[in-house]
Design a protein around this ligand. Structure first.
Ligand code: GTP
Length: 370
């Protein structure tokens, strides 16, 4: 079985994290998000994954190589210009040899992909789309279906009051290769907005598979933090069948017996982390490998990537700090702040809530990709 993962987006909403790291390589508890997705695909019986990349592709190829470590065959297809979600699929056509999965690269879900195969075998048609219910569908593409699951229409971002359904396109598809005939070559095309509506207009059958699985698009800083919180709250189990190599570091869940007094669970602590005895770490904090937390530091609700250093007396709450960020003595970093790779917060600085460091694209040039 084959799968195509769309990993070519620039991830603008996750900037400045994505200046140095493409969104699929952004870590979730120390492991690149994409690696977790690949492990899920493998558990579902997928053996060949085609990665449709474009933005900072070297960071992806360098880390994953030919996929042998994960027990998968990986093929990379790099776009010169972004081709959109359907154009990117058309662009990998030569590698497709049967029904195949398509996944958005930034969705965290407990979806059992095998259920989609069952629906496809039962119903036929050109494809199955995963759909889920949300409270407010106005930010999503709605999927209107009949009682058999056959899709009637797609309504993109409807006003909340007039939304015809609360069921939305959750960004995972199982497609028949015939879908490729509906996509023009070398053209930027959106599968959600152009290809699927076109297929319906031609009378072709698409089916929705509605599930109540955990589902989150991790493409925004607040959602990225929420993904970590939800795992720490045990709303979602990560990679039940994963390679043990992926599980470096330790979870300390709420109610853990014998947690050190400077740790308030739930937290995740990477390898080679140093925490001063009178610092306070947690709850809902993730410390990447090699993090150093100085004396009298308070860190809460935050995700710190590898090699971050928080110096004596500094306070950080509800922030995301990319690799090697340093927060100087007695500095205070406001909630919602996101700091890109290698940023230094000078001692004593008060960083306003929701800041972006570095704040401008010009500063991106100074950031070395990791
Ligand atoms: P934002 O800029 O923050 O909207 O993020 P994004 O660029 O990743 O866009 P979006 O979240 O809408 O994309 C959904 C998925 O499709 C992500 O996994 C993207 O990597 C992927 N994607 C979006 N556009 C393209 C494209 O032109 N080519 C490829 N190969 N993938 C794409």
């Amino acid at each position: 079985m084959q799968a195509v993962i769309l990993v070519g987006g620039e991830g603008t909403r996750l900037r400045p994290l994505t200046y140095g790291t493409p969104k699929p390589m952004v870590p979730l508890f120390g492991v690149p998000f994409l690696e977790r997705t690949l492990s899920r695909l493998k558990s579902a019986g997928v053996d060949h994954v085609i990665l449709a990349a474009g933005y900072l592709p070297d960071a992806i190829t360098r880390h994953l190589g030919d996929g042998a470590r994960l027990g998968l065959k990986l093929t990379y297809v790099i776009e010169k210009e972004p081709l959109g979600t359907a154009g990117a699929i058309k662009n990998v056509e030569q590698y497709i040899s049967g029904p195949f999965f398509v996944l958005n690269g930034d969705v965290l879900t407990s979806l059992d992909l095998r259920k989609m195969i069952e629906v496809h075998e039962k119903r036929g048609g050109l494809g199955v789309l995963h759909s889920i219910r949300v409270e407010d569908p106005s930010a999503f593409g709605c999927v209107v279906r009949d009682e058999t699951g056959r899709v009637k229409s797609f309504i993109e971002k409807p006003p909340r009051e007039t939304a015809p359904t609360d069921e939305i396109n959750a960004g995972t598809y199982l497609l028949d290769p015939a879908v490729l005939e509906a996509i023009p070559k070398d053209t930027n095309v959106s599968i959600e907005r152009a290809t699927f509506p076109k297929l319906l207009a031609e009378g072709k059958a698409l089916y929705a598979y509605l599930s109540d699985d955990y589902w989150l698009d991790v493409g925004r800083p607040d959602q990225y933090l929420k993904a970590h919180r939800d795992v720490l709250d045990r709303q979602l189990a990560l990679d039940p069948l994963a390679d043990p190599e992926m599980h470096r570091g330790a979870f300390i869940f709420a109610g853990a017996i014998g947690a050190p007094s400077n740790i308030e669970p739930p937290v995740f602590i990477g390898e080679n982390v140093e925490i001063a005895p009178n610092a306070m770490v947690g709850p809902y904090t993730v410390l990447g490998d090699g993090t150093r937390i100085g004396p009298n530091v308070v860190v809460r609700g935050s995700v710190l990537w590898d090699g971050v250093h928080i110096e004596e007396g500094a306070h950080v709450t509800d922030v995301i700090l990319a690799s090697r960020v340093r927060v100087g003595k007695l500095a205070q970093v406001g909630a919602g702040t996101v700091a890109g790779h290698d940023q230094h917060v000078e001692p004593g600085t008060v960083v306003a809530p929701d800041s972006r460091l570095p704040a401008t694209q010009a500063e991106q040039a100074a950031v070395a990709p990791t």
